[in-house]
Design a binder for this molecule. Structure first.
Ligand code: ADP
Ligand code: G6P
Length: 450
């Protein structure tokens, strides 16, 4: 059997315990526990300049060989910061007004994709299967085909695919659709994303390629991690510090797609409209800084600093603080215990491809006394996790009502909801997601024969 070649911009550092936050790396790492694989992508490092193409650094850990390349500062700015995260990310999260379009950035995006293809090409064997991930690398399949690669190539988009009427706000958006033609199969997170992408392809007289494959986690491993973490010092310190108050937990990269200001205001509305919770609940938001050099992310950080200060200033008592807000990273092992301890998870993205945190929260619960998941309708996980308390994340009063409902929900209802949710989380795991996609890729009609 041939190898599986994974390509993504973000590659987890194979030997580090503390990984940067992000669903792509977490989901894929969980999925890659079997077979012989090569994972190719960016090293996470920038160098001022480079003569010619980079040479991949190779490291083998278990069944996976990691081959990573550095980017120059100019490539990092144009390809990663500006085009991927300043143009594609907002547009694909339905925030067309935040898109900062520039032709020069698109050129750098294409040139880095071509460079990825040239550096990956010599590592490939004819019987490999290639699986390319996410919006940084739309053109990579075609760039590999241009170099004569005939293997099966699949693509998976981890973020939403909005309706064509919105995507076409990107000048030359048709080129992204043309990029899809180089793939034998394109996977997206939800049936809505698949319908949007296939509709866009039809509108442009191109062949449909998209199918939904919702990504999952490794629930058994995560539950074990949560149980272990409960015995650790961090969880006891957190529990002691709460002094009996209920814990509402949010865990997200510090990203404007996550609906954090609306969430903080929703919590503020709880304190204002349901005063019985004052002093009896604590909201812990863990939001590690992400893409900190992109302007919109900086602005969001200022906004949240201001909101936290305002709400804490207005409602704190000398012995109680309503919001605890952490922008430093916390390791996933510790987080798993925090999830298990939390009475409520408040996960309210304005748009999200999937949202693995919601699935992790469910996996981490104690079946005898589970917490309540409050989830945005606009998370890709919502259709699967419809036994959660679903909210419109723009409606701060609805968030407040949902918090009140969750904080006062009796154990039998919490157990009934959790049992249904846990069944869903165990139904599509990281491994079954990868297997389903790869099986479909294997059976997909070959799209390129020359
Ligand atoms: P996104 O991919 O947009 O970041 P997801 O919810 O799908 O959103 O994935 C986030 C992943 O990153 C989860 O697996 C979560 O456990 C992990 N994560 C989030 N915050 C942290 C953190 N502070 N430290 C470590 N891992 C984190
Ligand atoms: C989302 C994207 C991933 C990305 C991750 C972290 O999950 O879909 O492609 O890796 O966020 O973002 P970063 O910019 O740090 O890679």
């Amino acid at each position: 059997m041939g190898r599986l070649i994974i390509v993504s911009n973000r590659v987890p550092a194979p030997r580090e315990r503390n990984q940067p936050a992000g669903g792509l790396a977490v989901g894929l790492k969980d999925a890659l526990r079997q077979g012989d694989a090569l994972w190719f992508g960016w090293s996470g490092r920038q160098v001022p300049e480079m003569s010619g193409d980079p040479t991949p650094a190779i490291d083998r850990v278990g069944n996976v060989t990691y081959a990573t390349i550095d980017l120059t500062t100019a490539q990092h700015t144009g390809f990663y910061q500006n085009f991927s995260n300043g143009i594609l990310w907002p547009l694909f999260h339905y925030r067309v007004g935040l898109m900062n379009y520039s032709r020069l950035d698109w050129e750098m995006y294409l040139s880095v994709n071509a460079m990825f293809a040239r550096t990956l090409r010599p590592l490939l064997r004819p019987d490999d299967t290639i699986w390319i991930h996410d919006y940084h690398l739309f053109p990579l399949g075609q760039a590999l085909r241009d170099l004569g690669v005939k293997c099966r190539i699949g693509f998976f988009l981890h973020i939403p695919f909005p309706p064509w009427s919105l995507v076409r706000a990107l000048p030359g958006a048709e080129l992204l659709l043309e990029d899809m033609q180089a793939y034998d199969l394109v996977g997206v997170q939800t049936p809505e994303d698949a319908e949007n992408l296939n509709h866009a392809l039809r509108m442009n007289n191109m062949a449909e390629r998209a199918q939904a494959f919702p990504i999952g986690i490794d629930p058994v491993e995560f539950r074990t991690q949560a149980e272990t973490s409960m015995k650790g010092t961090e969880v006891s310190r957190l529990r002691d510090s709460l002094r009996g108050a209920a814990l509402v937990l949010g865990v997200d990269r510090l990203d404007y797609s996550k609906g954090l200001p609306e969430r903080f205001k929703g919590y503020e509305a709880l304190l204002s409209r349901y005063p019985e919770h004052r002093g009896r609940v604590t909201f812990l938001q863990v939001a590690p800084i992400s893409r900190g050099n992109v302007e919109e992310y900086r602005q969001l950080r200022c906004q949240l600093d201001e909101l936290t200060g305002r709400i804490n200033g207005a409602y704190s008592e000398f012995d109680w603080t309503p919001i605890r807000y952490i922008t430093r990273p916390i390791s996933r092992d510790v987080l798993a215990g925090f999830y298990r301890m939390a009475d409520v998870a408040l996960i309210t993205p304005l748009r999200d491809g999937m949202n693995l945190v919601a699935k992790e929260y469910i996996a981490a619960q104690d079946p005898a006394d589970p917490g309540v998941l409050i989830l945005s309708h606009f998370a890709g996980a919502a259709p699967e996790l419809d036994e959660a308390v679903l909210v419109n994340p723009y409606d701060t009063d609805e968030i407040a009502d949902a918090l009140h409902q969750a904080l006062t929900m009796q154990r039998p209802e919490r157990q009934t909801r959790w049992t249904a949710l846990e069944k869903e989380v165990c139904r599509t795991t990281a491994v079954s997601w990868a297997n389903d996609f790869l099986r479909a890729l294997d059976g997909a009609p070959v799209c390129v024969s020359s």
